[in-house]
Design a protein around this ligand. Sequence first.
Ligand SMILES: [Zn+2]
Ligand SMILES: [Zn+2]
Length: 727
Amino acid sequence: MILKIALDTPLRRVFDYLPPEKPHPNPLKAGVRVRVPFGRRQLIGVLVGIADDSALPDGKLKVALEILDSDPVFDTVTLELLCWAADYYHHAIGEVIAAALPAALRAGELAEERVELWSLSEAGLHQYRAQAQRLGPRQRALLTALALHGPATLGLLGVACRRAQLAQLAKRGWAVANVETPQPVRVVQRPSEVTLTPEQARAVDAIRDSHGRFAAHLLYGVTGSGKTEVYLRTIAGVLDNGGQALVLVPEIALTPQLVERFRQRFSAGIVVLHSGLAATLRRDAWRSAHRGLARIIIGTRSAVFTSMPHLKLIVVDEEHDASYKQHEGFRYSARDLAVWRAQRAKIPIVLGSATPSLETLDNAAQGRYAKWLLPQRPGAARPPRTGLVDLRKHACEQGLSRPALEAIGRHLHAGGQAIVFLNRRGYAPALFCNACGWVAACAHCDARMTLHRRAGQLRCHHCGAVAAVPSACANCALPLSPVGQGTERVEETLARLFPGAGLARLDRDTTAGRGAMEALLHRVHSGTARILVGTQMLTKGHHFPDVSLVLILDADQGLFASDFRATERLAQTIIQVAGRAGRGERPGEVIIQTAFPEHPLLTRLITAGYEGFAEIALEERRAAEWPPYSRLAMLRAEARSESQLDQFLTSAAACGARLADSAIQVLGPAQALIARRADHYRAHVLIEAPARRALKRFLTQWLPAVEALPAPSGIRWSVDVDPLEID
Ligand SMILES: [Zn+2]
Ligand SMILES: [Zn+2]
C-alpha cells in the first residue's frame, strides 16, 4: 500500500510514502493528516489517495511516521474541490490544501479537540426571545452572544464573555456547556417584516424547489431590490432541513450591513470568516463549520474551501466583484470554485448582483443558469436620471465642468448630498515642468509619481516608493506644476467653490486609520459633510439615503484601455456608483463627464441600462473571441535583467508554439502595462484556447516544459488561469 500525500511545498506533485509501521486502528481514508519525514525535517501533510504501487523503487520509499486523524479533516466534496482546484489552476496541491487549513491544524493540533462549547438551553432561548425577566446589560449581552454564536468556544463568543459569568447563567438554567459531542444547534428565525414582491417570491420558490440538486440561479437586481431578503428566505429553508449554508461576500469590512441583517434574522450558528481573523478564532470557526455546528458561514473568498459536511446552499453576493479572484500565489476564482462545489455537492447556488459579470450573463443566456430579475421594490425611489457632459464643449475647473458644478449647487440648495467619483487618489497624478517637460518619475518603476500634497510627498502607487516633493525642476530649476486631478485635489477645489457644504473624502488614504472609515461615514450620514469625494471604495455596499446627485468625473479611463474587460468594469462601476443616488425620498441624478459622449458602449449604457450594455459587449467579445467565448491563461514573469526576462519568455513562447495545435494561440511575449515595477521588468505570454478542456490539455504539456527551461535564478514566473486582468 502506497500513501499519496500532499505536502506544503511549491512542487506541483504528491509524495509517495509507505504506511506507518504501527498499524492504525481505523481504515485509512483520504483527507486524514499524516506526519512524514521530509529531508531532514518532519512535515504534516494530507493523504489524498492510496495506490498499489509507486514510480519510486522500493528502497527509495520512506515510511510515514504517524496518522493524526481517524476521520478526514475535510468533508468529501471539499477535499475533491481542493484537488480539482490545484489541478485546474496548475498550482502545487500541497500549498492549496495547506492554505485551506487553519495554522493550528497544519501544526498538528487535533481537528476535533474536546473543547468546552457554550450554548443556550431551552429556558435560556425562551428568556432571550421573550425577555421575560429584567436583566442587567451584561447578562443581556451574554444571552445575545450565546444566541448568535452558540454553541461556541469562549473565544468565538467574544472577548467580553468571561467563564464565571457564563457559569452564573448555567446556574440559572439558561446556558449549558457541552464538552462532549454537542447538540445540533437550534436556529430560531425571527419572522420577516417584509412582504415579498411577486418577483422575489418566484425566485425564492425556484431556489427552494432546486433543493437537493445542482442548479445555478442568477439573482439580478439593483441595490434596494431585495436580494438579501431572497438569500435570507432560501437559507431559512435550508436550516429547516438541517443543512448548512455558505454565503460568500467580497469584503467583510465593507458589508457590515449584510452581516447585521443575518444576525438579526437568525438566532444562532452564524460564523464570519475573513483574513483579518485571529488564528485561534479562525481555528474555532473552522472546527465549528467542520463539525456541522455552525449553520451559516459568511466569509470572503477563501471561505469557499471551508469544510461543511451538511452544506445545502451557496450564495455568492456581488458575484461580479474582482476580489473573488486571488491575484497572487494561488490565483483562483472563488466564484467559479463555488459553482464547481455546488455542482459536485448537488446543491443550488445563488449568484447575486446588480451588474452581473458578462460570463454569468452568458451562462444565463445559454440556459445554464436560471435568471431571476428583481425590479426595484414598489415605493422605492425611481431610478436616477442619467446624463452625459461633453468635456470637449465645456470648460473645466480642475476637472469639474460647468454643468457639473451647477448641478452640485442645485442639489445642495435643494437639501441633497452629492457624490463625486474619481478612481484616482492623491492630489495630482503627475508633477510636471512646463518649461522643459520634465516629469517626476519613480526611480524603481516605469511610472510617474503621484503628488500627495497634504502629506507633502511624492508616492509611487505601483511600488510604494516615497520621495520628497522637489522644490523646482531637476533639469532647469524652474517651478513645477501638478497636472491632472486626484481625489485630494478635487476635494480641495470643491471646498473652495462650495464653502460651508462640508467635504468628506473616501479613499485608501483617508480610511487607513482605525475607526477612520466609521468616522467619515458618520459625517456623511449626519449631514455634516454634504459632498463626498471618493474612489472605487464608494461602490461597495454603502447606503446614503440623502445623496441625490452622483457625478462621475472621468469615464474615459476605461473606454480605451488595452484590457478587454475594461469596459465591463467601467459599466459596472458607473451603475454601482449611480446606485448610490436617489435611494431615499429624493429623485436622483447621475452626471457622467466624458470626452467621447458618442462612444457606443457609453450611450448604450445610458439608454438601455446595464443589460443593454451587456448585450453589445458580449457581441463584441464573441466577434473578438475573448472570454466567455474562449479561455485564457497567462504566464507572467519578472526579472531584474530585461534581457534575461526576454530570453526566458521567448523560449517559453517558442516551446508553447511547438506544442500548440491549430486551436491554441500563443501570444507574446509582451511587456506589462507597467513594464518595470519595483526594479523588476515584467512581461507575459498569453494563451488563448477555444474551450476549457483544450486549454487544460495544452497547459498540462506546456508548463512542465517551461519548468524544464534553463531559467536564470533571477526569473520569477507564475501561471494565471482565467486571468481577470491582462496587462
Ligand atoms: Zn524643467
Ligand atoms: Zn515605483
